[in-house]
Design a protein around this ligand. Structure first.
Ligand code: TMP
Length: 206
């Protein structure tokens, strides 16, 4: 049984969600709370190895179907080894991306693979976050920010602007489907202003 709070950040590439996740972690830690900061793909040793396979190389390296399997394998390891133990201890887990990314990136961009994503999620993961922040951002602005970072993990940014626009609509539609846990945040503002809004939502839940 889990008792801690599981919070996720989602959004298109370059939306600023990682900055917001980090700011929230720092703020809650400063308040003396026990917080675990993690990310997907990755977050456990095995999942970080899978991350390298997924995020580097040619955009056509994997089909969407193969990606679903790899992301789900990474998530299962992350869940077993990191997320579940932390929430069982009562920690607040803050993850930069989780299953909503698979629903949108793999489920809604290259044909309708959402039923496949949902089936696999139900069988292998079976867990939703308690609270999800969807950081919304204009894809043109977000893409220039994402590529400017030059992280070397740009396989999805390399699909281009149309892909990012599809993702944005996917995330907004997901927020309507999961209204109980999803909060859409306007990402086109000063980081401190966004962080204050996010913190208020978290304090409500705590
Ligand atoms: P990041 O840039 O937030 O670290 O995310 C890495 C990339 O992986 C990003 O382009 C989104 C993509 N991704 C998916 O396509 N499916 C997933 O399930 C996850 C977790 C990430």
């Amino acid at each position: 049984m889990s008792s801690g709070l599981f919070i996720t950040f989602e959004g298109i590439d370059g939306s600023g969600k990682s900055t917001q996740a980090k700011m929230l972690v720092e703020r809650l830690m400063a308040d003396g709370l026990s917080v675990l900061h993690t990310r997907e793909p990755g977050g456990s040793d095995g999942a970080e190895e899978i991350r390298q396979l997924l995020l580097t190389g040619d955009p056509d390296r994997w089909s969407a179907e193969t990606e679903i399997l790899l992301f789900t394998a990474a998530r299962r390891d992350h869940l077993e080894k990191v997320i579940e133990p932390a929430t069982e201890r009562g920690d607040i887990v803050i993850s930069d991306r989780f299953a909503d990314s698979t629903r949108v990136y793999q489920g809604a961009t290259r044909g309708d693979l959402r039923p496949m994503v949902d089936r696999l999620h139900e069988q292998m993961i079976g867990r939703e976050p308690d609270l999800t922040f969807i950081v919304d951002m204009d894809p043109q602005k977000a893409l220039s920010r994402g590529l400017a970072r030059g992280s070397g993990e740009d396989r999805f940014e390399d699909f281009g602007l149309g892909f990012q626009e599809t993702l944005r609509h996917g995330f907004l539609s997901l927020a309507r489907d999961f209204q109980d846990r999803c909060v859409v945040i306007d990402g086109d503002r000063a980081a401190e202003q966004i962080a204050a809004e996010i913190l208020a939502h978290v304090m409500d839940r705590l």
